[in-house]
Design a protein around this ligand. Structure first.
Ligand SMILES: Cc1cc2nc3c(=O)[nH]c(=O)nc-3n(C[C@H](O)[C@H](O)[C@H](O)COP(=O)(O)OP(=O)(O)OC[C@H]3O[C@@H](n4cnc5c(N)ncnc54)[C@H](O)[C@@H]3O)c2cc1C
Length: 385
């Protein structure tokens, strides 16, 4: 894809905001494991987080290609789009499957930043990647669902107004296919926390505001069901391609940041009376990383182009996520190596970004499961699990 003048404008717009939030901002938040409130608010006000919300609901009405450029630029500037990425792709569940009334009441407020939809509750402690086995149960009682269960690694729950929650509404034993009987609820966290939901923050190796949720007799009004009861798994699945493409873009942003930082450092750092960047042992890993990033970038744009044309893109979106996550991880290692001891010093930010980009080998989908997807759905090999 050849980027248009509008794409360049978009990059410049995001960069201009990111410039106000330099390395020291992210470093300090990382140390305190604090949420980038000001950054997220400014990005929302500027319309970037409402990129995928159609104009009729107050959003910017942009494509996934354009949204992916926004995510990439945040990470490429040294920031961490992980603080707000879910707002972009989680909203899609509501947009595609919500009623007109739900869309009118939530989307304009999400678009202008009045309401945050930053949390997405799928993973459970005892089921992990095997989503259909999840045990959080919602039982309908009159005009409410009463929800009981537990979720783990649900990010940003302390900093959101709304959460998309995947629950079982029909017990596994009573459905024909394990993908049936799951439903999506929109939970108003402003009411739910302390009234059925207890949040336990999980401190992780990077600043990701992830938490464990204990759900006990949480009451959710029936009008907060999104789409049809029992069809929630397919709703979550059809949001996955956008998610994969956006995460791939964040990885690309990280990767380019590592290579650019390391190349700059290698030009300045003089050891044995010459810049370390003059040594092929320093040059080659950076050149190799850059080549892999550029290749992953092509797959990202290919997947996004198919997505925006409404064509199937499961293969490309998954491959883009894997290629970009691998390329950024390779670049992260090359950047640490190039910086020598300083790669480990907090004030250089390389170690922070190194920790941040490591996540994408595991979440939101682990590398093994992408390989399994390609093996089964592209190569036609027997399902391995
Ligand atoms: C910081 C962070 C933030 C997160 N945020 C969210 C969030 O906001 N919402 C949410 O719902 N979830 C979130 N997650 C959860 C994330 O999506 C899961 O961690 C991820 O899907 C893997 O699940 P698991 O941790 O249970 O690993 P498991 O499923 O237990 O897998 C462990 C390892 O085994 C491998 N494995 C499992 N099965 C197979 C198989 N059949 N073949 C080959 N290998 C296999 C996996 O690839 C993985 O490497 C987050 C996780 C982290 C760490």
């Amino acid at each position: 894809m050849i980027e248009s003048a509008f794409h360049q404008e978009l990059r410049n717009g995001v960069r201009a905001i990111c410039k106000k939030y330099p390395d020291a901002y992210w470093r300090e938040l990382d140390e305190r494991r604090a949420y980038p409130e000001e950054f997220v608010s400014e990005l929302s006000r500027a319309g970037f987080l409402g990129a995928l919300i159609p104009e009729q609901y107050g959003g910017s009405g942009l494509s996934v290609t354009e949204a992916s450029i926004i995510m990439e630029e945040i990470n490429r500037s040294g920031g961490n789009a992980g603080a707000c990425h879910a707002q972009m792709y989680t909203m899609g569940t509501l947009l595609r499957h919500g009623t007109e009334e739900q869309k009118r009441s939530y989307l304009p407020k999400i678009a202008d930043g009045t309401l945050r939809l930053q949390a997405f509750g799928v993973t459970e402690p005892n089921t992990g990647s095997d989503t259909t086995q999840l045990a959080t149960m919602a039982v309908r009682k009159g005009d409410k669902y009463v929800v009981n269960g537990q979720k783990v690694f649900i990010s940003r729950t302390e900093y959101t107004d709304l959460m998309i929650l995947l629950v079982r509404t029909t017990p596994l034993a009573e459905v024909k296919k394990r993908t049936e009987g799951l439903s999506v609820l929109l939970v108003d966290m402003r009411e739910a926390v302390g009234n059925g939901i207890t949040i336990r923050p999980i401190r992780t190796m990077m600043n990701h505001a992830t938490t464990e949720l204990f759900i006990e007799n949480l009451e959710v009004p029936v009008e907060n069901l999104i789409g049809e009861e029992g069809k929630g798994f397919s709703y979550i699945l059809d949001g996955m391609n956008a998610e994969r493409i956006l995460i791939a873009s964040e990885c690309l942003g990280d990767g380019y940041w590592f290579v650019e930082r390391a190349a700059e450092y290698a030009k300045q750092r003089v050891v044995f009376k010459r810049p370390i960047g003059q040594n092929q042992g320093i040059q080659f890993p950076l050149a190799q990383s850059y080549i892999h990033l550029e290749a992953a970038n092509l797959m990202r744009f290919r997947a996004a182009e198919l997505f925006d044309a409404g064509l199937p893109c499961g293969k490309e979106a998954n491959m883009a996520k894997l290629l970009a996550a691998d390329a950024s991880w390779e670049a992260a290692n090359a950047a640490v190596q190039t910086h020598g001891g300083f790669g480990f010093a907090e004030e250089y930010d390389v170690e922070r970004k190194f920790r941040e980009t490591r996540l994408y080998q595991v979440a939101p989908i682990s590398t093994n499961l992408i390989l399994s997807y390609v093996a089964e759905h592209v190569l036609g090999l027997p399902r391995s699990y």
